[in-house]
Write a protein that binds this ligand. Sequence first.
Ligand code: FE2
Length: 132
Amino acid sequence: MAELKDLLQSADWKAEKHVPVIEAPAAVKKGEFLEFKVVVGKEIPHPNKTEHHIRWVAAYFHPDGSKFPYEIGRMEFNAHGEGVEGPDTSTVYTYPVASMSIKTEKPGTIHASSYCNVHGLWMSSKRIDVLK
Ligand code: FE2
């Protein structure tokens, strides 16, 4: 039996359209907010259809030396073309990107996860340094 951690897939985002890309500066000044985005399909667009789409992304911050990560936020994407006339008829589609912002006094790692309704769970990470 696979554990959940074994089902989280990762890859190079430039070659794999499911990877949640963390767009963030490499460092933030102490006391200032770090703004970042989590986007799926940055290099290779992911399908965005009723039958195949990205449902959500989430982000966590793991400060150096901390036992556990902290969840920063999550965003659901709920419009995938479904309409009263059937799949892919509404012409309304959400694009899988989320903007978030955190403040931290400790450097650490942003972890992001995403979920495709066909291809499962994906993850990525980005190191963040804190400048004094
Ligand atoms: Fe997919």
